[in-house]
Design a protein around this ligand. Structure first.
Ligand SMILES: Cc1cc2nc3c(=O)[nH]c(=O)nc-3n(C[C@H](O)[C@H](O)[C@H](O)COP(=O)(O)OP(=O)(O)OC[C@H]3O[C@@H](n4cnc5c(N)ncnc54)[C@H](O)[C@@H]3O)c2cc1C
Length: 403
């Protein structure tokens, strides 16, 4: 192995997941030179069909994708959510949110994660301003007059100097660790079972969120008869459900969801994730900024993790204003704006988990009543819907959908 080679770029991004790729696309539009250091090959062997993993993107995220010029390619593969039906198992309260009430075409879209990643990757590879290194291993990070990232690529050690390093290497971020940014971990004692389903009587463009004593069940349209299912249970129950054969599992799921879309006729492979919230205590340090799961890995109850990160990117884009980072006050401003918004989204998610997962009888009445009341109060309902779609966050350049 030869000596360490030194290289320079405007912005280094550690981690080329959905968030790292999106950040690169946004920040290169003003001509900044960006290098992404990604450990994997970014090749997605994951199969499609009933075994695909998917992600729900909100209206605000769609606007950002439009501005980045990737929406046309993503939209071809995405299923629209035009209505959301919210209910609580064993209670009479129901609320319906609809895109037409908000004069929108859709409240959001659901897309297979691998297809979304492929659309972002194609755009990144077509950019003259972005250099993407895959199978490159992050090794070290320091911050001073510039940020200094050490990494290994093809048996050679490098140090990358930049005016700004964006840390996007996921919830177990080793860059966050090495930078000395502490984090809090909240264990929810729950697991999410993820699978895909086919229903006998699908309702076009309808998403369902059903709250139960153990946690929420989300059923999201993937197009045609195909729906994505995210079923949150306590850990013991999730483990027991994972052991069941498909037929008995479907019976249990159908008991929880009901027959709103007829019978579950087919089911894909099941995956289970223990749910934790990992929250960095600071979003910036020196010339480094944490984003995505490295900054905040959320409970999936509100489907907000990636959507939140895109709004973080939109704020950073605005604050940098196309300039190379020189004044560190920009990062201080970013920290204060985004920390407040992230805390709001975390509280919203935890509030939903707490309100809808608690067995206290008083809370049962409250949650049933709150859903019914929400349905009777269109302005309040619109506020909840707008907030969920990221639209309470106004005035941002990328959110206008064009640059
Ligand atoms: C069950 C579930 C459902 C969800 N549903 C939704 C949803 O509907 N909508 C939504 O907005 N969000 C949702 N989320 C959250 C969303 O998945 C995450 O917010 C998002 O994927 C985070 O992406 P990321 O790029 O920050 O992290 P990651 O996807 O973890 O990417 C990190 C990248 O860094 C790379 N890396 C790691 N270590 C190194 C290293 N040492 N050197 C170089 N590279 C490295 C990795 O290879 C990877 O490519 C959900 C989450 C879960 C668990």
């Amino acid at each position: 192995m030869s000596d360490i080679k030194t290289e320079f770029t405007d912005i280094t991004i550690v981690g080329g997941g959905l968030v790292g790729l999106s950040a690169a696309l946004a920040l290169q539009t003003s001509g900044q030179k960006i290098k992404i250091i990604e450990a994997s090959s970014l090749h997605h062997p994951e199969s499609g069909g009933l075994n695909a993993r998917s992600i729900a993107v909100s209206y605000s995220s769609v606007q950002i994708f439009r501005a980045l010029g990737v929406w046309q390619s993503i939209k071809k593969q995405a299923a629209a959510i035009r209505n959301i039906h919210v209910s609580s198992q064993g209670h009479w309260g129901v609320t319906r949110l609809s895109a037409s009430e908000l004069e929108l075409d859709a409240m959001g879209y659901v897309i297979e994660s691998r297809l979304l990643a492929t659309s972002l990757l194609e755009k990144v590879e077509a950019s003259d301003n972005i250099e993407l290194l895959t199978c490159a291993q992050f090794e070290s990070i320091e911050t001073g007059d510039e940020s200094r990232v050490g990494y290994q690529f093809e048996d050679q050690h490098y140090q990358q100097l930049s005016s700004l390093t964006i840390i996007a290497d996921g919830a177990n971020s080793s860059a966050r660790e090495q930078l000395g940014v502490e984090h809090n971990t909240v264990d929810y004692g729950q697991a999410a079972i993820i699978t895909n389903l086919e229903f006998s009587k699908p309702v076009d463009a309808m998403a369902y969120e059903r709250f139960t004593e153990q946690g929420p069940l989300a059923i999201l349209p993937l197009g045609g008869k195909r729906y994505a299912c995210v079923w949150t249970r306590n850990i013991e129950n999730a483990e027991a459900l994972m052991q069941l054969d498909d037929g008995v599992f479907i019976d249990e799921l159908q008991r929880c969801f009901g027959f709103r879309m007829g019978y579950i006729e087919a089911i894909g492979q099941r995956f289970s994730f223990d749910l934790q919230r990992v929250e960095a205590r600071q979003l910036t340090k020196g010339r480094c900024l944490l984003i995505g799961n490295a900054a905040n890995a959320l409970h999936p109850v509100a489907g907000q993790g990636f959507n939140l990160a895109l709004r973080d990117i939109a704020t950073l884009y605005d604050l940098l204003g196309g300039r190379v980072l020189s004044d560190l006050d920009v990062l201080a401003e970013y920290e204060s704006i985004r920390k407040a918004e992230q805390d709001r989204v975390v509280r919203l998610g935890d509030g939903l988990v707490g309100l809808f997962s608690n067995r206290l009888p008083l809370l049962n009445h409250l949650r049933a009543g709150s859903l019914a009341a929400l349905d009777l109060l269109p302005p309040l309902k619109s506020q909840v819907a707008l907030s969920g779609m990221g639209m309470s966050f106004g005035g941002n350049a990328l959110l206008r959908g064009h640059l």
